[in-house]
Write a protein that binds this ligand. Structure first.
Ligand code: ADP
Ligand code: ADP
Ligand code: ZN
Length: 215
């Protein structure tokens, strides 16, 4: 089963992907995570992407599509993939169809996480992750059970993304509206889209996504 999680920055894509990984053994393919790893490792792609990401703009379609293609060839994605943050443009959506077709695969669901824009800024500025295992947290909405200790791995070091600032959020939102949301009709026409209320509590969103996948 291959699915896309689609929604604006802060909608909960990463949070829901990590619970699908834990509960269903699916593999999360987050182009944001791949690009951040490339920036950290100072690869050619990372050197090119760093400033673009910091500004909230999109990295070029060929770069991200190539990252996805390489990742699909690693041989561990047969039992299902969650595309998180990809595709983000019409060109990427077309590239994904081709990448899957070339590998004899297809898309099963596109889950659209719907959220009121008003809450996204608060979600994004309060977001942080475990520096060791990457588990996602929030200052208000998802605190570790023991303050300052990661629930998953016990690490006490956490980090925040340099692009999670009030300044980039407006840019990222307008790119979502202008470039990413317009790919939805393309999937609606193929009968693939299920809308899930991303304003609900994290566990309720997880349950609603589960119902779509099991339906
Ligand atoms: P995305 O990957 O779509 O950008 P994240 O999954 O990183 O979004 O979520 C953004 C922030 O909001 C995180 O700190 C996360 O803990 C929190 N969050 C995610 N889903 C919910 C929810 N349903 N209700 C409240 N907070 C949430
Ligand atoms: P968010 O959690 O806010 O949705 P991501 O972690 O998915 O953000 O992406 C962070 C940044 O990485 C984006 O603002 C963009 O610069 C870059 N990026 C991630 N995925 C893509 C993509 N599919 N196409 C172009 N740029 C991307
Ligand atoms: Zn951890």
């Amino acid at each position: 089963m291959n699915i896309i999680l689609l929604g604006p920055p802060g909608a909960g894509k990463g949070t829901q992907a990590s619970s699908l990984v834990a509960r269903r053994g699916m593999v999360q393919l987050s182009t944001g995570d791949m690009l951040r790893a490339a920036v950290k490792a100072e690869t050619p792609v990372g050197l090119q992407a760093k400033a673009v990401m910091a500004s909230g703009a999109l990295v070029s379609d060929p770069i991200v599509s190539a990252l996805i293609g390489e990742r699909l060839d690693q041989g561990d994605t047969g039992s299902g993939v969650i595309f998180d943050g990809f595709p983000r443009t019409a060109a990427q959506a077309e590239a994904l169809d081709l990448l899957l077709a070339e590998r004899g695969q297809q898309l099963d669901h596109v889950i659209e996480l719907t959220v009121d824009e008003a809450v996204l800024t608060e979600r994004i500025v309060g977001r942080y992750t475990c520096a060791q295992c990457g588990e996602g947290y929030h200052d208000r909405f998802k605190q570790p059970a023991v303050a300052g200790v990661c629930d998953v791995c016990g690490s006490t070091s956490f980090k925040r993304r340099p692009d999670d600032t009030a300044e980039t959020i407006a840019t990222r939102m307008s790119i979502y509206r202008g470039e990413t949301a317009p790919i939805l009709p393309f999937y609606v026409a193929r009968g693939l889209v299920a809308q899930v209320d991303g304003m609900a509590d994290i566990e309720q969103v997880t349950a609603a996504i589960g119902a779509v996948l099991d339906g």
